[in-house]
Design a protein around this ligand. Structure first.
Ligand code: HEM
Ligand SMILES: *[C@@H]1O[C@H](CO)[C@@H](O)[C@H](O)[C@H]1NC(C)=O
Ligand SMILES: *[C@@H]1O[C@H](CO)[C@@H](O)[C@H](O)[C@H]1NC(C)=O
Ligand SMILES: *[C@@H]1O[C@H](CO)[C@@H](O)[C@H](O)[C@H]1NC(C)=O
Length: 328
């Protein structure tokens, strides 16, 4: 593809071996590669990591919020920073969609990173790559070279991001449409080992719905009682609960152990165990082997990060992640 040749040729001058790896070894990378900014902005990774580290030191939850921001970016028209755009004349922001409204966060940290990068290397590092680097940077090699979108899609945001009460087949379909498989579904759901959810995202599981009898019977009884205390039948929509009740600020495999114990918070977490033998086997494997989970999580994050990137001369490198360079 001509568009991705621009950066590949640049890399080719630098290292024919890396080029061979990027192109031949990893055809799924869509022209992205970890060394993309090594010459144009050698401090890029360091700048991103240090600002993320400071933000997480101020507020632990920010690590989770940034992971989710990258996910909600990649699931809508690919990883192109569309989620970061604010409303403007020609743009209806994805920030107002059902999955994002009153929920998605971390934009100020992205702004802070962008300002630092524009100072160090103006017009060079994309907002989409900031999101990818913020999450994976310290832990695995993040393929880079994404460019930023010239638009947003609120319809995409409403339709393509799985909802917590989607059935398992619907969730799997939403992943498959983007080229992600069952392992990706279960491993990436493990992102819920950190972070918080609002009451409104799981209330449906706690109370009798008209006509359908008991509340969700897969929930551990005492866990359900605990949840009802902070998540009443009505009101308290924004009350927050850990997605991982045991170690909510630690990236470990308790998310999977919790599911086995009827303590998965969202319906979408619980169905991984009860609605398919294949996903259930993965839940059990990750609950038993934290290293297997980490390995699959890292690979699946790379897979997710490779969804339809803009490369070459497509899109632009935004100066401000919230708006197009040519904004009105
Ligand atoms: C499988 C389908 C998924 C569904 C249905 C889902 C749904 C949700 C919901 C409903 C919340 C709570 C939002 C709120 O109430 O404000 C949430 C939070 C979160 N999700 Fe997911 N999610 C899914 C997959 C993922 C993936 C793939 C990742 C990343 C790899 C991820 C990472 C997170 C994180 C880290 C949080 C906590 C964010 C914070 O505390 O700010 N989720 N998710
Ligand atoms: C963007 O504007 C639309 C109306 O045009 C509004 O419904 C929506 O809430 C706004 N989104 C945000 C994030 O402010
Ligand atoms: C899922 O939740 C949404 C938002 O709360 C609700 O409108 C919808 O009816 C629910 N769907 C199902 C199948 O329960
Ligand atoms: C749920 O509703 C049914 C009938 O509507 C009732 O018999 C049952 O006791 C209720 N269960 C709970 C847990 O409230």
């Amino acid at each position: 593809m001509a568009t991705s040749m621009v950066c590949l040729v640049a890399l080719c001058l630098v290292s024919p071996l890396l080029l061979a790896g990027a192109v031949l070894g990893n055809p799924g990378y869509g022209g992205l590669f970890p060394q993309f900014y090594d010459h144009s902005c050698p401090k890029a990774k360091e700048i991103v990591h240090s600002i993320v580290a400071q933000a997480v030191a101020r507020e632990t939850r920010m690590a989770a919020s940034l992971v989710r921001l990258h996910f909600h970016d990649c699931f809508v028209k690919g990883c192109d920073a569309s989620v970061l755009l604010d409303n403007s004349t020609n743009i209806v922001s994805e920030k107002g969609s059902n999955p994002n409204k009153n929920s998605i966060r971390g934009f100020e940290v992205v702004d802070e990173i962008k300002v630092a990068l524009e100072t160090a290397c103006p017009g060079t590092v994309s907002c989409a790559d900031i999101l990818a680097l913020a999450v994976g940077g310290p832990y695995w090699d993040v393929p880079l070279g994404r460019r930023d979108s010239l638009g947003a899609s609120i319809q995409g945001s409403n339709n393509d991001i799985p909802a917590p009460n989607n059935t398992l087949p619907t969730i799997i379909t939403k992943f498959k449409r983007l080229g992600l498989n069952i392992v990706d579904v279960v491993a990436l759901s493990g992102g819920h080992t950190i972070g918080l959810s609002r009451c409104t995202s799981f209330r449906q599981r706690l109370y009798n719905q008209s006509g359908n009898g008991l509340a969700d019977s897969t929930l551990d009884v005492s866990y359900a009682a605990q949840l009802r205390q902070g998540c009443p039948r009505s009101g308290g929509d924004d009350n927050l609960f850990p997605l991982d009740i045991v170690t909510s600020t630690k990236f470990d495999n308790f998310y999977f152990k919790n599911i086995l114990a009827g303590r998965g918070l969202l319906s979408s977490d619980e169905v991984l165990l009860t609605k398919s033998a294949e996903t259930a086997a993965l839940v059990k494997a990750y609950a038993n082997d934290v290293h297997l989970f980490f390995q699959h999580f890292a690979q699946s994050m790379v897979n997710m990060g490779n969804i339809s990137p803009l490369t070459g001369s497509q899109g632009e490198i935004r100066k401000n992640c919230r708006r197009l360079n040519n904004f009105h």
